[in-house]
Design a protein around this ligand. Structure first.
Ligand code: FAD
Length: 553
């Protein structure tokens, strides 16, 4: 029976009658308030396509029809909702901000799950310890918010917060996905310290040294309100097993507080770009990068873009070429010449006071100068270079959304990330480039790819750009990525993150010793969540109760 506050949804969650669903809505409203329960009642709620005004119910860059992975309703908790979901056995799928574009947005793997919109009401920067350089945040704190907090409290001269390319994501959401930013603090998972987690059965846990109570805390307060241990954001491990890892890229719990290390203001920085003229310079560039990065002379997460990633920031495909045919190497060389950049463009940053920067720059420049034709610029040399000017900010933790521009390479731009890990060697980078470019072009796609250097490995980010309004092109993109996952695994390359439609396939490639890793994950999942209601199928981990949904798409 529909009520005025809860219209009839366009369909129902799995194994749930209309009466049961409305009972859930009624009880959820009583816990979180009517305004925090939003039912998807019609197609008009599936039209949002804008990054800043995002959809919380479907993937705005969907490769299958958007109805395939869809929430029927979102609930924005202020308080623990897991006990109700458990009691009523209705699957929920959590997100903090829902801007996980290129991987799935907010959409759930099991259609009809309830979207847990963790960010809407839990959105505070709870604490910044500027002297020890950390923050404690809730799920709804975006990179924009954390940066703004530091600005508003005059703290930027002391600490910076790392950010990924787009600032609208959640600090917690991105970290839980093991996302990447570009300062020396760019590996977000490494830089987290201390989690407060609600388990699927509703139990609240603090990890690491947070498990030891603060003697000054009010023991009568509810657990999540109790003042935490003063070392919680300073020391990751506590005593005994270290559980944090099982909550990342997983469906084992909901993080409602997280500590994040901030970067002490280094006393100055210098962004630079080095351009390399030839496509076949890649091997040497990477060979030069390795010793510099492993020894931390390259201090931050550097980014090596192929020409089209940089070019797509400056204009759409049709602004460069009239034809719909694939671009030839001659076309690419012409674009490089027009923009005054290289076939490969290396963006980096040096940190520290002028004397430190001077020495480091001398070493870096001397190393890359060995590649004939390489050119070196600072942002002030290229004031109209949008990619470089954006990097200059990202490298010092100032977030933006300018990088969205490359998504508009094609009309109605959507994209899919293929993100395999590679050894940081010239041969491996070249082999991944050869495979991914060749296959992309065979399927009719321009190749856009970036190598982000962790410390000893490369996150190779291949951007498969498609027209969202063209179903045939979406299918081709899907077929391409499925083939790439398969061929990459055959060469020992695993993805570090995957789109919703591909999680089962990618998880299936991590199958050493009769899929022992997955069997361990499933054991933990079934033990923590016997009814299997929290994000079933996330990263290919299916609880026993939802096994029938485990099929590659
Ligand atoms: P959410 O959608 O809120 O969460 C993502 C997932 O994390 C959820 O599905 C859930 O599984 C898990 N999660 C979220 N909240 C919690 C929680 N409270 N507890 C437990 N698990 C949780 N990504 C990068 O990392 N680096 C980049 O440089 C980057 N550049 C991009 C550039 C472009 C042009 C685009 C379109 C995307 C880019 N992305 C990048 C991908 C994406 O935008 C970001 O990773 C983004 O931060 C993820 O979305 P979100 O923060 O809104 O996460």
């Amino acid at each position: 029976q529909a009520t005025p506050s809860h219209p009839e949804p366009i369909s129902l969650p799995p194994n749930t009658s209309s009466a049961k669903f409305h009972e859930f809505l009624r009880r959820a409203s009583a816990i979180v308030g009517d305004e925090n329960v939003v039912v998807v009642a019609g197609d008009d709620q599936l039209q949002q396509q804008d990054y800043m005004d995002r959809s919380k119910v479907h993937d705005m860059f969907h490769i299958l029809e958007k109805e395939v992975f869809l929430h029927l309703c979102t609930v924005a908790p202020k308080d623990n909702i897991m006990r109700l979901a458990n009691e009523m056995e209705i699957p929920v799928w959590l997100f903090s901000m829902g801007r996980n574009l290129g991987y799935r947005g907010a959409a759930p793997r099991v259609p009809g799950s309830i979207g847990l919109d963790m960010g809407k009401n839990m959105n505070k920067v709870l604490k910044v310890g500027a002297d020890s350089a950390y923050a404690l945040v809730e799920p709804g704190v975006s990179f924009f918010d954390l940066h703004q907090y530091l600005v508003d409290h005059d703290l930027r001269d002391k600490v910076w917060a790392d950010c990924p390319n787009l600032g609208g994501g959640s600090v917690i959401g991105n970290t839980m996905e093991r996302g990447i930013g570009y300062t020396p603090y760019g590996d977000h998972w490494i830089m987290h310290c201390g989690l407060e987690v609600v388990l699927p059965d509703g139990l609240l846990v603090r990890t690491g040294i947070g498990a030891l109570p603060n003697p000054k805390a009010d023991k009568n307060a509810r657990p999540h309100e109790q003042e935490p241990n003063e070392c919680w954001q300073l020391f990751n491990y506590g005593f005994g097993p270290y559980h944090d890892g099982i909550f990342s890229q997983s469906n084992m719990g909901i993080v409602i507080k997280m500590g994040v290390w901030l970067m002490p203001n280094p006393g100055g920085s210098q962004t630079y770009i080095i351009t390399f003229p030839r496509d076949n310079d890649l091997n040497r560039i990477v060979e030069i990068m390795r010793p510099l990065r492993v020894s931390m002379i390259l201090q931050n997460v550097p980014k090596l873009d192929n020409l089209l990633v940089s070019a797509a920031m400056e204009g759409t495909r049709s602004s460069y070429i009239n034809s719909k045919e694939l671009m030839t190497d001659a076309d690419l060389d012409a674009i490089a010449e027009k923009l005054g950049i290289g076939r490969w463009n290396f963006y980096g940053c040096i940190y520290g006071p002028p004397e430190v920067r001077e020495v480091l720059w001398k070493v870096i420049k001397g190393a890359f100068n060995q590649i004939p034709g390489s050119k070196f610029y600072f942002p002030e040399d290229r004031p109209h270079d949008k990619a470089l000017q954006t990097r200059k900010n990202t490298f010092v933790g100032i977030p933006s959304i300018t990088e969205l521009d490359w998504v508009s390479w094609l009309p109605n731009g959507g994209h899919l990330f293929f993100a395999p890990i590679a050894k940081l060697t010239g041969d491996d980078a070249e082999a991944q480039y050869e495979l991914t470019r060749r296959r992309s072009e065979e399927f009719g796609f321009d190749f856009l790819g970036a190598f982000l250097v962790g410390v000893r490995e490369i996150h190779h980010i291949v951007c498969i750009l498609f027209d969202r309004e063209d179903p045939e092109m979406r299918t081709r993109a899907h077929d391409l990525i499925k083939l790439l996952i398969h061929e990459a695994a055959d060469r020992g390359w695993g993805e570090y993150r995957a789109n919703l439609a591909l999680m089962d396939q990618v998880a299936g490639t991590y199958n050493f010793n009769d899929s022992a890793h997955m069997r361990l994950s499933e054991k933990i999942k079934d033990a923590l969540d016997p009814k299997g209601i929290l994000s079933p199928g996330k990263n290919g981990v299916w609880p026993t109760t939802y096994k029938q949904y485990n099929k590659q798409i």
